[in-house]
Design a protein around this ligand. Structure first.
Ligand SMILES: Nc1nc2c(c(=O)[nH]1)N[C@H]1C(S)=C(S)[C@@H](COP(=O)(O)OP(=O)(O)OC[C@H]3O[C@@H](n4cnc5c(=O)[nH]c(N)nc54)[C@H](O)[C@@H]3O)O[C@H]1N2
Ligand SMILES: Nc1nc2c(c(=O)[nH]1)N[C@H]1C(S)=C(S)[C@@H](COP(=O)(O)OP(=O)(O)OC[C@H]3O[C@@H](n4cnc5c(=O)[nH]c(N)nc54)[C@H](O)[C@@H]3O)O[C@H]1N2
Ligand code: SF4
Ligand SMILES: [Mo]
Length: 856
């Protein structure tokens, strides 16, 4: 990039900021520094620092101090006030340059009503009254015509704003609309978690990384996607931990590792099963641990693949004190014994290998084997030679790593989103979970398996605010909206489908699967009405019939807790809403009263939105349960407060209680009730053997490796096998939070303002593509244009694209027009929203690449 270019861009930026009256300020100009806490008045000539949090979908939730002068944010700096020095400071360039968006040219200023075709950009500016009346009127019409459940609501990431997002959930519940859970919509639900541990997802907190001695990272790009916590990984290495990265590509994280293995895309299950085979063959596993905490000693019937139940066996009875969501199975130690699912008390002589005959109450005799025996048999195919072929990891390395990891505790496995966002992501996770579990690395400091995905979990009880009067809620995984209903689905398909969408905190018309299909649905009026709240004019706004200008997180009050660093924080208003922007709380209340005058009372009608938000925070703190017990608004005004946990010192170590105090699995996974999630692991143990019919039919009772595309792309179109041989891998960019910051001029300077695609030198050569060439990435569903980077760190047959570019940078196309909403039937066995639900598999997508025009 030439310097001239750089200057031009910066001048352009200054021109734009000057137009909105903003001058870049520095903290050096501060003359008076007031205590953090009090929100400044507009027009205050003094300089204030206000402590707040950065709250985009990245879920870093970094504590920030903002310098506010004359009612304008002049600069944002890291607060560095976490009580534990290790967590200081947090932040990244995106957060620090947020003013580029707040005061930027794409900022929405007034409510808008579409006058032209969706996507045309033809809107008229309207008053709030007119736009709200119009929106409420359309929503009422659609509810009357198709039923309220045909109105879908997309709102993202509860953890980064419990108050404002809760307001949306509250209204959706009152109105009977259908909610789309962010977790599975985004592909952030690693399905192996509910399958294996009965929880939504878990992770040890980054401070615990210091305690690990062996860290295996499978496709998680911590250095780019966990910027504020990445130092813990580097420090762990300085403290003697060995960092092993398994990624098809030489990621920034791989660059910091002791060893990097360029494995083939979606071959992680093979690697994990190959390692597990060595652990078992060489008896490197922790026998006591697996007998106490896993289902591996439980017997399975050879004739039908089902687990043997206590009440099937002659002479055994099911204990009477078992909740309905549990089951009593059977183990063998010379005699058959009913295994109580709430007591982890199997004797150490319980048999985990071999085969025995058992007489059933029917008089029939059947053969049974412990799940461990079946696992051992299943693993026998994953020899080091085989894994070298399937995954590309040298066989001697495989053997060495298995021995090293078994001998170096604590072991921590990090399983990244880019890696489980594949069709068989669940199988990969189940296979990877074997590594810490077989070696007894669960529920202990520095040990475990973690997924640091974005859509962070709800950390305390929110029902009092999110679910008015415990009313029933409707949920539908968003994938079905695009894919249509399936025969096997458990979620309820609204009788008329989804006819209207209410969008907030998200940009589905770029970010979601088959976004071209979504656009088509609006164009063809399958989706009759879309209303979006955002503070910027995104692609989704452009496809909306009404656009409601919300405000950024620096212009409203909220409560934030994302467990990457387990702190509860106040998001304090720095400045009054810009232009005509309004907090969602206000928007929701205004819509509510127009929909039904009775609804208004649920939204503190007498209070100004920020005061009301504080009332809600008090309510949430009072009713949030043990994680927030004793924490008050006053505490939060002073700074971040650590969430409580049952682990000594309040540390966040998943399954500590289960392992240290022998409590049954799973722990509660909020906001679900225990009975909803405990049914996933009926044995009360960590489960590797799944005997639901669909699991047996799929040949997935045990974790196995299945190659990508066979059951997805090739099943959809057998010709794809020949036609499209590149994996379309869409990793997260350091320069954006998904599509947020797409238009941040500083971030774009760092990328030369160009969307880029990374290709291996061999593929570049084969396709006649050189560095800097304009390239088309395409398949039958869509295409996009980007500039080639020829990178020896990229594995073969991949087009690696950094997700999140707005369509306007891609000649109007969404990069998600190539993707497809595949639904894996085993994800439909149960349906608990955002807990066991079909998960989006972004990377399960084939494409081809070709050069367009001449090289630049
Ligand atoms: N800067 C920034 N940070 C973010 C976000 C952001 O947008 N920007 N988003 C946040 C959110 S919501 C999320 S979900 C997380 C996601 O962040 P991560 O979990 O880090 O996921 P990705 O960036 O998608 O991909 C990580 C790596 O997976 C590799 N990969 C792809 N396929 C495979 C495979 O089959 N096997 C293996 N072993 N590796 C594979 C890719 O090459 C890439 O290096 O990041 C969060 N943090
Ligand atoms: N192909 C492919 N697609 C992907 C992914 C991938 O890896 N590959 N990753 C997926 C993942 S993991 C995720 S998490 C999703 C994320 O996708 P989205 O959830 O759609 O995230 P963003 O693109 O950041 O959109 C957030 C929008 O909310 C707006 N916003 C910010 N703050 C506020 C606020 O306070 N109020 C309102 N009303 N709006 C606000 C921002 O301006 C922005 O337009 O993308 C998914 N899409
Ligand atoms: S964008 Fe994410 S990592 Fe960067 S400052 Fe904001 S919350 Fe922190
Ligand atoms: Mo995510």
């Amino acid at each position: 990039m030439g310097t001239q270019n750089l200057k031009l861009t910066r001048r352009h930026f200054l021109k734009l900021t000057a137009a909105t009256g903003v001058v870049a300020g520095t903290i050096g100009t501060a003359s008076v520094i007031r205590q953090a806490g009090a929100a400044p008045k507009q027009g205050d000539s003094k300089i204030n620092y206000v402590r707040t949090t950065c709250s985009p979908n990245c879920t870093g939730a970094c504590g920030m101090n903002a310098l506010v002068e004359d009612g304008q944010i002049k600069s944002i700096i890291q607060a560095a006030d976490y009580p534990e020095a290790d967590y200081n400071p947090r932040g990244c360039l995106k957060g620090l340059s947020m003013t580029n968006l707040i005061y930027g040219p794409d900022r929405l200023q007034k409510p808008l009503i579409l006058t032209g075709k969706p996507g045309s950009g033809d809107f008229k500016e309207a008053s709030w009254n007119e736009t709200l009346d119009y929106t409420a009127g359309r929503l009422k019409e659609i509810a009357e015509k198709y039923g309220p459940e045909s109105i879908g609501v997309v709102f993202q990431v509860g953890g980064t704003g419990y108050v404002q997002k809760g307001a949306v959930s509250r209204l959706a519940t009152l109105a009977g609309w259908t909610m789309h859970h962010a977790y599975d919509q985004n592909g952030d639900l690693p399905m192996f978690w509910p399958m294996t541990f009965g929880v939504q997802s878990e992770e040890i907190e980054p401070r615990e990384w210091h305690n690990s001695r062996y860290v295996m990272v499978f496709g998680s790009n911590i250095l780019a996607t966990r910027i504020p916590d990445a130092h813990f990984l580097l420090e762990a290495r300085n403290r003697g931990a060995k960092i092993m990265v398994f990624d098809p590509n030489f990621s920034p994280t791989a660059a910091k590792a002791d060893e990097w293995f360029s494995i083939k895309p979606s071959s992680d299950a093979a690697v994990a099963l190959g390692l597990a085979r060595v652990l078992i063959e060489e008896t490197l596993y922790d026998s006591d641990f697996i007998k106490t905490f896993t289902d591996l000693p439980l017997l399975v019937r050879v004739d039908n693949g089902k687990r043997l139940k206590a009440d099937e066996v002659k002479g055994l009875t099911k204990p009477s004190d078992i909740p309905a969501y549990r089951e009593a199975y059977v183990a063998y130690n010379g005699q058959f014994r009913a295994v109580h699912p709430e007591k982890l008390d199997l004797p150490s002589d319980v048999v985990i290998e071999g085969e025995v005959d058992v007489t059933l109450k029917t008089g029939e005799t059947v053969k049974v084997k412990p799940a461990f025996q079946l696992l051992k048999e299943c693993l026998s195919q994953y020899t080091p030679e085989e894994i070298e072929k399937t995954a590309g990891i040298p066989k001697d390395d495989l053997l060495r790593i298995a021995r090293e990891m078994a001998g170096t505790k604590p072991l921590h496995v990090i399983y990244g989103a880019g890696n489980y966002q594949w069709y068989h992501g669940d199988l990969k996770g189940r296979a990877l979970a074997l590594l810490p579990v077989l070696t007894g690395n669960i529920g202990k400091p520095g040990a475990g398996i973690s997924t640091y995905a974005g859509q962070y979990r709800i950390r305390f009880k929110v029902a009092e605010w999110w679910v008015p009067e415990g009313k029933k809620q409707n949920w539908l995984p968003f994938l079905y909206v695009l894919h249509g209903p399936t025969k096997t689905m458990k979620a309820k398909w609204p009788k008329n489908g989804i006819k209207a969408l209410i969008v907030g905190w998200g940009n589905p018309f770029d970010q979601h699967n088959m976004s071209n299909r979504l656009r088509e649905m609006v164009e063809k009026e399958d989706l009759e009405f879309v209303v979006t709240t955002d503070f910027q004019m995104t692609t989704s706004c452009q496809y909306s019939h009404a656009v409601l200008p919300a405000v950024s997180w620096y212009e409203k009050t909220d409560l934030v807790a994302t467990p990457v660093h387990p702190y509860l924080q106040l998001q304090q208003r720095l400045v009054d809403p810009l232009y005509e922007g309004k907090p969602e709380f206000w928007i929701v209340r205004e819509l509510a009263k127009r929909l039904n005058p009775d609804f208004e009372k649920y939204f503190y009608p007498d209070l100004e939105p920020n005061q009301a938000a504080e009332k809600v925070i008090e309510l949430l703190l009072e009713t949030g349960g043990p994680e927030v017990a004793g924490i008050t608004l006053e505490h939060l005004r002073k700074g971040p407060v650590r969430l409580k946990s049952e682990v000594p010192g309040g540390r966040q170590i998943p399954f500590y209680e289960q392992v240290q105090h022998k409590k049954p699995f799973p722990p509660v996974s909020l906001p679900a009730k225990l009975e909803q999630t405990a049914q996933f692991v009926k044995s009360g143990r960590i489960e590797f053997y799944k005997d639901e019919d669909l699991m047996l039919q799929a040949g997935e009772a045990l974790p196995v490796h299945k190659p990508p595309f066979e059951e997805s792309e090739y099943a959809l179109n057998p010709l794809a096998k020949e036609k499209y041989q590149f994996c379309y891998v869409t990793r997260n960019a350091i320069y954006r939070v998904h599509s947020t910051h797409s238009n941040n001029v500083w971030m774009n300077e760092l990328q030369e303002g160009k969307p880029r695609v990374w290709l291996s030198p061999e593929d570049g050569q084969e396709k006649g593509i050189k560095e800097g060439d304009e390239v088309e990435i395409y398949n039958d569903r869509g295409k996009l244009t980007a500039y080639a980077i020829i990178d020896p760190g990229v594995g073969r047959k991949q087009a690696v694209f950094e997700q999140g570019w707005w369509s306007r940078y891609l000649k109007g196309a969404s990069y998600n027009s190539l993707t497809y909403p595949f639904i894996k039937p085993t994800h439909e066995i149960y349906f608990v929203p955002g807990m066991w639900s079909p998960n989006t598999a972004w990377n399960e997508c084939l494409c081809d690449v070709r050069k367009v025009g001449d090289s630049l």
